[in-house]
Design a protein around this ligand. Sequence first.
Ligand SMILES: Cc1cc2nc3c(=O)[nH]c(=O)nc-3n(C[C@H](O)[C@H](O)[C@H](O)COP(=O)(O)OP(=O)(O)OC[C@H]3O[C@@H](n4cnc5c(N)ncnc54)[C@H](O)[C@@H]3O)c2cc1C
Length: 387
Amino acid sequence: MQLQVSEEDRLFQRDVRVFLSENLDPQLSRKVELGYPISKEEQDSWTRVLNARGWAAPNWPVEVGGSGWTMVRRHLFDIEMKMHHAPEVQGFGFSMVGPAIIKYGTQAQQQYYLPKILNADISWCQGYSEPQAGSDLASVSTRAVIDGDDYVVTGSKIWTSAAERADHIFMLVRTDTQAKPQLGITFLLTGMNDPGITVKPLLAFNGKRLWNQVFFDQVRVPRLNKLGEENRGWSVAKNLLGNERLLVSRVAENRRMLSNIMSALNENPHAGAFKERVAALVIRLEALDTTALRLLTKFDKGFDIGAEPSMLKLKGSQLVQDMDRMLYEIVGYLGLPQDSTLREGGPAGAEIADMVASGLFHHRGYTIAGGTSEIQHNIIAQQVLGL
Ligand SMILES: Cc1cc2nc3c(=O)[nH]c(=O)nc-3n(C[C@H](O)[C@H](O)[C@H](O)COP(=O)(O)OP(=O)(O)OC[C@H]3O[C@@H](n4cnc5c(N)ncnc54)[C@H](O)[C@@H]3O)c2cc1C
């Protein structure tokens, strides 16, 4: 299979570069580079800049305001965005519930939600995991009981990222306790400000509010807000990612981290001591990128892709963590978290402490979120290797 990126795609990549250099505020980009938090307003206004160019939703069809790009173009776009330190658009809306609404939504749901997602007028969080339902998601027990035109929802969701800034949630609820677990689940959309919803913070060990626990106490959700059929929410959830599941390699993020490692090496008088190990990371990254491009090209040519993306998820998330450790080692004490005395007027590099230390801890979650590494190993063993 021809793996070289075509001349047209290279031109496209150049257009993206030009666009980013002309439209991305350097101060915002610097904040992203240093791992500082960006506000909802900053993320929303950047989303609107992308939307005005038709690039906010690379994975949506053109008819509903997406870019309609091939997977290879999306891969190249991701790399340019990361290398320019552009803020990400909100993945829960653009990559998760948006495509699900496009596939399963009623016309009214599509007309209501899609333009609002594109223009960053609403933001979402994902209510799947529960204290007793993570990898085994089919055992969700948050209950939704029909009462007239509403469901009455009671239970709790955990590890809900961004719940503190989201105004909507898409969630899996149990609507039938007698059926097989997968057949008694319904997919609901609702507002986070509905009466009966409480959000409590959960802090990660970098000290940041990475998640929340969301409690539902007799929350009334109109039955019109179900996505897809009642008791068939499992199919919606399984298909929710659609082609997104192919873009799990984190090649773009790894490229950005490698460039951080290279900058840190330039500052380090003992750079030679690290070169062999950095070379090993570069080789792993190139192998990952080639494998990702191989699968994406295959998909773009119309072939079915099976469970192979699990390999990309596994290798990409592990590589990020190894890049983190390398960077942390190279910058040494400058990577210590929260060292504000060093940051102000201190030695060059101290300002990257937040990004280095915080990233090291934050990215531990990459081998858990979206299906743990053990689950990916199971999938590869069963569906790729036929064990
Ligand atoms: C950064 C981050 C963000 C997240 N954001 C969200 C969010 O926004 N919304 C949301 O709903 N959830 C979110 N999650 C939760 C995430 O989906 C779950 O953590 C994940 O599905 C694992 O579930 P669990 O934590 O209950 O672990 P468990 O499923 O209890 O697993 C515990 C351990 O057992 C292993 N294990 C489980 N089953 C098997 C098996 N069959 N074979 C071998 N080993 C197994 C796992 O690999 C793991 O090591 C987030 C998680 C992280 C880390």
